[in-house]
Design a binder for this molecule. Structure first.
Ligand SMILES: Cc1cc2nc3c(=O)[nH]c(=O)nc-3n(C[C@H](O)[C@H](O)[C@H](O)COP(=O)(O)O)c2cc1C
Length: 211
C-alpha cells in the first residue's frame, strides 16, 4: 500500500486536488471537444444543489461556428458601447473588445448558462418574489461552479465570462433563447493551451469568523 493509504483516501485526495488545481484558462488548444464529453460535463453540473430542488439552470451550447461569430460580434458591440460610456481611451477599448471577441470565437466549446424564470416559484409578495429570484440565481451559479469543476475532472479547462449578463436581451435575440431564460454567464471549455498560475486566495483568518 502506498503512502496515501486506502483507495478511498486516494480518491478523496484527488477530489481535494481538483478543488485547488482548477484554474480559469483563457487560451485553448485548437482541438475539438467531443459532444459526449460536453454532455457528461452538463450532466455532472446538474448535480449541483438548488433551492427547492428547482434546478432553474439551462445550458445553451453554441455548436454552430457562424452563430458563435455573430454572438461574439454582438457581445463585442455591447462591450464597446459600455466601455465608451465609461470613458476609457479608444486604444484600450479596441484591445479589450478584440481580446474578448477572439476568446469567444476561438474556444472549442461555448455554453451560455441561463436562469429559467419558469422554474422560479411564484410568490404573493414582491419581497418574497425577489428572494426567490435571488435563490434561483444562487442555484444557477452553483451549477456553473459545478460545471467548471466537472470540466476539470474530465480533463478540460474552462473559464467563466460574465459578458452575457450585461447583454441579456441581445444574447437571447442572437441565440434565439426564450426571453424567460435569463443569460447569466458564458462558460468556455477546451483543452488548455497553458497552465496559468493560481491567483492568491485571501487567508482564512481574513474571511472567516469562528464564534
Ligand atoms: C462570477 C464570475 C465572473 C467572472 N467573469 C470573468 C470574465 O468576464 N472574464 C474572465 O476572464 N474571467 C472571469 N472570471 C474568472 C475569474 O477572474 C477567476 O475565477 C479568478 O480570477 C480566480 O482565478 P481562478 O479561477 O484561476 O482560480 C469570473 C469568475 C466568476 C466566478
Amino acid at each position: 500500500m502506498d503512502s496515501l493509504g486506502s483507495p478511498t483516501e486516494k480518491i478523496n485526495s484527488q477530489v481535494l486536488s481538483l478543488l485547488t488545481s482548477r484554474r480559469s484558462v483563457r487560451h485553448f488548444q485548437n482541438i475539438a471537444v467531443k459532444r459526449e464529453l460536453v454532455e457528461q460535463v452538463l450532466d455532472l453540473a446538474c448535480w449541483a444543489p438548488s433551492a427547492h430542488n428547482e434546478q432553474p439552470w439551462r445550458f445553451v451550447v453554441i455548436e454552430n461556428q457562424l452563430l458563435r461569430q455573430r454572438f461574439a460580434q454582438a457581445l463585442a458591440d455591447e462591450y464597446q458601447k459600455d466601455l465608451l460610456k465609461q470613458g476609457h481611451p479608444a486604444g484600450e477599448i479596441k484591445e479589450r473588445v478584440i481580446r474578448s471577441q477572439t476568446r469567444i470565437i476561438e474556444a472549442p466549446v461555448a455554453i451560455v448558462l441561463c436562469l429559467a424564470q419558469e422554474d422560479v416559484p411564484i410568490m404573493t409578495s414582491p419581497h418574497l418574489q425577489e428572494e426567490e429570484h435571488i435563490l434561483a440565481i444562487q442555484s444557477a451559479a452553483l451549477a456553473g461552479g459545478y460545471l467548471l469543476l466537472a470540466a476539470k475532472a474530465v480533463g478540460l479547462a474552462s473559464v467563466w465570462m460574465c459578458a452575457p449578463l450585461y447583454a441579456q436581451e441581445i444574447t437571447c435575440q442572437v441565440l434565439d433563447i426564450p426571453s424567460n431564460w435569463l443569460p447569466q454567464a458564458l462558460l468556455l471549455l477546451g483543452y488548455a493551451a497553458h497552465e496559468p498560475p493560481a491567483p492568491a486566495r485571501k487567508p482564512i483568518q481574513d474571511i472567516a469568523r469562528f464564534l
